[in-house]
Design a protein around this ligand. Structure first.
Ligand SMILES: NC(=O)c1ccc[n+]([C@@H]2O[C@H](COP(=O)([O-])OP(=O)(O)OC[C@H]3O[C@@H](n4cnc5c(N)ncnc54)[C@H](O)[C@@H]3O)[C@@H](O)[C@H]2O)c1
Length: 252
């Protein structure tokens, strides 16, 4: 039997790329999935993909950096499916790159808001519901940029390192209350956005492939498998962990 049958999940940033693959994989494992994105068209596409494959999904439009909309997102999952046991916080946008002395305060703040504060807001409201309804499992999506830092991507790297410690600190707070909280750290993954960037910068693409011990990019579905595992009861004694899914880039 599928390992998430009877459970209800939400995935933020599920309109494209990694978030879409996660939503599809959780649904394949039997979860009913709220597909959350601020792009209503792509959220709808993901929900339709899930339903076409025989799963249960509902699209939900929200900007998860806006607290009232985040509270409403959790309510929408509960209204639609009766509960919420699994949440994957994948939505993120990096607003700028370049040397730190050229970053404006505004761009730095926006990146923190769209990569870190949004994750905090989602966790806050997901945990609030899970505490009152028997627990659950949260998986945040971090990035290998958080591990050793990433030149010219400072705001994003700092924000994602914040996601790691949000994950570890809160895992410690809620482990004895039935809520497991983990994170997945992707290496370079072949999403539509990454592919567009590589078309413009083919040399960078080759360099990033070589950066992984496995000498290739990852696929969104490979991140999704790790999320499914951490969300499921197969990971019942795992909390506060950061799992790199990166073809060995972090150990090379
Ligand atoms: N692609 C990679 O190589 C890679 C590597 C490391 C980490 N990551 C992380 O994986 C996650 C997914 O990455 P991706 O490449 O699939 O991203 P993407 O940019 O292709 O998709 C992100 C999705 O999230 C949505 N979104 C962003 N902010 C939102 C918000 N505030 N509210 C609602 N929706 C929002 C966007 O509309 C989009 O559909 C992100 O957290 C990213 O930082 C990606």
């Amino acid at each position: 039997m599928a390992e998430l049958t009877g459970k209800s999940a939400l995935v933020t940033g599920a309109g494209v790329g990694i978030g879409r693959a996660i939503a599809c994989a959780l649904a394949r494992e039997g979860a009913s999935v709220l597909v959350v994105d601020f792009n209503g068209d792509t959220a709808q596409e993901t929900a339709e993909l899930i339903r076409a494959a025989g799963g249960n999904a509902l699209a939900h439009v929200a900007d998860v950096s806006d607290e009232p909309l985040v509270a409403n997102m959790v309510e929408a999952a509960v209204d639609a499916f009766g509960s919420l046991q699994v949440a994957c916080n994948s939505a993120a946008v990096s607003r700028g790159s370049g040397p730190i002395h050229n970053f404006t305060r505004e761009v730095f703040d926006q990146t923190l808001e769209l990569c870190l504060t949004n994750t905090f807001l989602c966790m806050k409201h997901e945990i609030d519901h899970m505490l009152a309804h028997g627990g659950g499992s949260i998986v945040n999506i971090s990035s290998n940029a958080s591990l050793r830092g990433q030149p010219y991507n400072t705001a994003y790297a700092a924000a994602k390192s914040g996601v790691n410690l949000l994950t570890k600190s809160s895992a410690s707070e809620y482990g004895h209350k039935g809520i497991r909280i983990n994170a997945v750290s992707p290496g370079v993954i072949r999403t539509p956005g990454v592919e567009r960037y590589f078309e413009e910068q083919p040399k960078i693409a080759e360099g990033l492939k070589q950066a992984a011990a496995m000498r290739r990019l990852g696929e969104p579905e490979e991140i999704a498998e790790a999320v499914c595992f951490l969300a499921s009861d197969r990971a019942s004694f795992i909390t506060g962990q950061l799992l790199s899914v990166d073809g060995g880039a972090a150990v090379k």
